[in-house]
Design a binder for this molecule. Sequence first.
Ligand code: MIG
Length: 767
Amino acid sequence: MQTEILGNIKSVNKRGNVLIIKTNEAVARIWVYDNSIIRINVSKSLDENDTSFAVIQNPANRFDYTESADEVVLTTSVLKLRVSKSPLRFNFYTAGGKVLSEDDERFGINWQDERVINYRKLHLDEKFIGLGEKTGNLNRRGSSYVNWNTDAALHGVDADPLYKTFPFFIGLHSGLTYGLFFDNTHKSYFDFGATTDEQMSWFGADGGDMNYYFFGAQSVTKIMEDYTWLTGRMEMPPLWSLGYQQCRWSYMSAAEVLDIAENFRKEKIPADVIYCDIDYMDEFKIFTWNKETFPDPKGLIDKLKAINFRLVTIVDPGIKIEPGYKQYDEGVANGYFATYPNGKKYVANVWPGRCHFPDFFREDVREWWGASFTALTEPCVEGFWNDMNEPAAWGQNIPWMVKFGEHYMPEVRNAYGMQMARATYEGTKRLLGNKRPFVLTRAAYSGTQRYSAVWTGDNSAYDAHMLLGQRMVNSLGITGMSLIGVDIGGFTGDPTPALMVRWNSLGVYTPMFRNHAMQGTKMREPWCWGKENEAIIKKDIELRYRLLPYIYSGFYQSHKTGMPLSRTLAINYTNDENVFDVKYQNQFLFGDAILVAPVESTKFIEDVYLPADEWYRLSTDEKFTGGRSIIADAPLTDLPVFIKAGAIIPMQNIIQSTNEKGDGILEINVWYGNEANSFVYYEDDGLTYDYEKGDYYKRVISFDPGKRMISFSEVEGSFVSKYDKIKLVLHGFTTNTRGLKIKGTMKVSGSQALTFANDRLMIKIEY
Ligand code: MIG
C-alpha cells in the first residue's frame, strides 16, 4: 500500500473565487461560501467540474487572504483559516483567533492508495453530535461509524452502518461550536476519538477527494441553518401527511384496506393515511396493481376519499425481468438500467425475482421513472413510499463492477436512494399538477430533505429500539431532516400492549406518526389491544390532531430555516452538560416549546431533566423550576411532557382527519412565564403550492408579561384561515383584576377563556 502525506506548498494562486494551492502530491482548492462557511477540496486528480448531490449553493465571489513565508491566511467576519505551508495543514479559528479545529500536525490529510483521510486534533473536552441516522449516544465522542447505505433488516440497537448517509457533524469544545460536512459519496468513515487513544478524531473515505465544508458560526442553531442553506430545506409537507398514518406489510386486498380505514371511522380514531405495501402489485412489478386483489384502484381510492383517507403506495427500484412488462421493455430499449463495464445489464434478486436497477443518476432515467407514476397518480395516489433503495438485493453485496452512468457502484452507492427519491419527487410533482406529493424514502444522503421524508427502517418491538428511534430522529434533525418517522410499535416482532401504548404516545411527538409492522406479526391497529388500551391510544392520537396547528407551524420553521421539528436538547442547551448524560440524552424539544421525555414501557416513573427554564407539565399545568432533574410520574396514560414557561401553542378541536374543518376555532394556549415570548403561526391550504405565491396566513403571536399583554400581529399573506374564531386559553396566570379586554371593548374576568373573531388586523389583549 502506498501512503502519501501532503508535503509542502509549492504555489498559491487566486483564480476567480477560488484559491488554488499546489503541492507535489495534490491540489487544494479553497472557496468561501459565506462568512461562516469555507470549503476545502484536496484532490490528487483535479476535476474542475466537480459536482455535488447535496450542495445547492455557489461560492461567494470575493474573499480576502494574505500570504507570508509560512502560511496563507484567509479571513471572513466570522472565520479565520490558517493554511500552514510546510507541511500543508488546515487550521480553523474564530475571527477573534480562538481555536475551532486544527489538523493533526503529524498527518493532516493523507492518502493510503485511493483511501483519503483527514486526521484532526482532538480537544480534551470535545463533544460531537450529528451524522444523522446512527446508533450510539447523542455525544458521539468515543464512537466510530461507517457510511455505506445498507438494508439493515433485523438490526440491533448497536448496528452500523444503517440505511442513510449524512456525513455532517458538529463539534463542541471550550464553549465553542463548529460544523463539518464531508461531501463525499464513497464509503466513508468517522472516528470521534474512538480508536486513537483520545489523540485524534478522523474521517475519510475509500475514494474521491478530501472535500469538506467547515462551518464556523457560534451556535448550533446557526450552524444548522448554514448547513441547510447549503444543502436545501424541505418544502411545506402536505398537511394530511402529518395526521396519523396506518401501515402494514401488507394489507392484502382493496377490501382489507377499506375495512381498516372504515374501522378508524367506526371507532372514531382520527387518521389520515393508509398504506399499500408490496402486495398490492402484480408479482411485485413496480407500477402495476394486482388484478385480483386490487381490481379497481380508482374505485378503492374514491371510497377512501369519501371517508377522508389518502393512500400511499410503495415502490422499490428493482424492475422485474419480464419481456412484455412495460417498465422492463422501456428500460431495456432505452438503456436505463445499471450495467457492468462491458455494457451487460446488472441482474440481482429482490421481491419480483430477477431484476434490473434503474440508473437514477441520469436525468433521462429520472424523467422516465417519474413519468411511470401515472399508474399510481391516475387512480389518485398522492403518496409514494420508496423502499429498498440502498440499493438492496438479496445477499446485500452488489458487485463493485456495477456501473451507474459514469460511476462505479462504490463511488455513488450512498446517493442512490436519494436520487431515486428525487426522481420520484420530481416526477410525481409534475404529475400531480399544483398538489404537493408526499415522498418517503429509506435510503438517503445529505440534501434528501429537498425531496422526501424518511423513516428509520426496520426497527424491533422492544423498548431499547423505541429509545434508539427517538435518538435517531433527534440526530437526523441536526442533519437537515425534519419529516421523519419510525415504525411505531416496532417493525419486527410483537410489542407488548404496554409498549404499543407507550410508543404510540411518543408517536404523537414524532414528526411523521406512522404505525407499521412486518409480515407475519400480529395485527397492530389501535383496536387490537383491548378496549382500555384502545381508549388510551385513541386519546393520544386525538392529542396529535389537537396539536396540528402547532406542528404545521413547526414545519414552516423547517421550511424557512432548517430547524427540525424534533430537536435534541443539545441544540438549545448546548452548554448544559446534563443534556448529554445518557440518562437524559433521548429527551427532546418538539417544536419551540414542548419538552418530551421518552419512557420505557416497563417504567411508570421517570428521572427527567428539565433544563434551566420554567416548565409546566402538559397534563396537569403543574409548574417546575428547571436546571435540575425531577422524578416524574409516567403512567401509560401520561407520557412526561412539559411546556416551557411563556410558551404559545396553537391547537384545534378534535377532528377525525385533516380534511375536516372542525369547529372553526383556533385555540391559542399561553403558559405564564416571566419572559416575553413570541410564536410565528403559519397556515395555508395544506395541499398545494399556492403558498409560494403568497397564499398563506402568517402572524406573530406575542406574550409580554411586562405589559400584561398578548397580541396578534396583522396577518401576512392572502390566505383566509380555516378558523373563524380564536380562543385564548391561559395557563398558570394568577388571578387578575383587570379582566380580559379585546381592543378595549371585550372584558372577561379571571383566567377564563376568551373567544373572538379571527380578525386579520392587529389584535391586542390585556390581562
Ligand atoms: O424486504 O416492503 O423496511 O418497511 O414493509 C423487506 C416490505 C422490504 C422493508 C421495509 C419495510 C417494508 C418491507 N420492506
